[in-house]
Design a protein around this ligand. Structure first.
Ligand code: IMP
Ligand code: MG
Length: 178
């Protein structure tokens, strides 16, 4: 099988993720207590983080989703976002190109505010400057999977975050361009 040579080594455990999300949820609950919070989940990668984070925020927020593929927004929102305080929920910020595209798209509407919450920050290969307002963890400069993040479409359902071991540097570069 194609995946036989792949091993996953946990770097952030379920317990660590749970604890960090509780902290982020408490912070966001404070910061948005008088606001009109609309959480926007970026699919597919943010789905476990989004579900857990949204339940850690003690406010009557709204939710919506955008599908992104290869740095491009490929779906529409289902509601009017004017006058909303948008908090975009991402799995990981790497080059910053996805956030750049999302920002341009969302700023076309007269939103009240637009901020970014990313589970993981991988700051080593930025192509554009990104200010992440809420960060879960900074990752090592490695390809990571689990808790929403995929390798060739798989491993999203791992309940922890892991690095892929025993893949060549060449293979790792290919993953980033996929
Ligand atoms: P950016 O546009 O380069 O900032 O990358 C954002 C997207 O690239 C993420 O939403 C992921 O889908 C993907 N990505 C970047 N690094 C990784 C990784 O280490 N594992 C899995 N996906 C990644
Ligand atoms: Mg991906």
């Amino acid at each position: 099988m194609e995946q036989d040579h792949i091993f996953v080594k946990p770097i952030f455990t379920q317990e660590e993720i749970k604890k960090r999300i509780a902290e982020l949820g408490a912070l966001i609950s404070q910061d948005y207590r008088d606001k009109n919070l609309l959480l926007i989940g970026i699919l597919k990668g943010s789905y476990p983080f989004f579900a857990d984070l949204s339940r850690a925020i003690a406010l009557p927020l709204q939710v919506d989703f955008l599908m992104v593929s290869g740095h491009k927004v490929v779906s529409e929102l289902t509601q009017d976002i004017a006058n909303c305080d948008l908090l975009v929920v991402e799995d990981i910020v790497d080059s910053g190109m996805t956030w750049d595209a999302l920002k341009k798209r969302l700023q076309k509407s007269p939103v009240k505010s637009l901020k970014l919450c990313a589970l993981l920050d991988k700051p080593y290969r930025r192509k554009v400057n990104v200010e992440i307002n809420y960060t879960g963890f900074t990752t090592p400069n490695k390809y990571v999977v689990g808790y929403g993040l995929d390798y060739k479409g798989k491993y999203r359902n791992l309940p922890y975050i892991a690095v892929l071991d025993q893949i060549s540097a060449e293979e790792e570069n290919l993953l980033y361009s996929a």
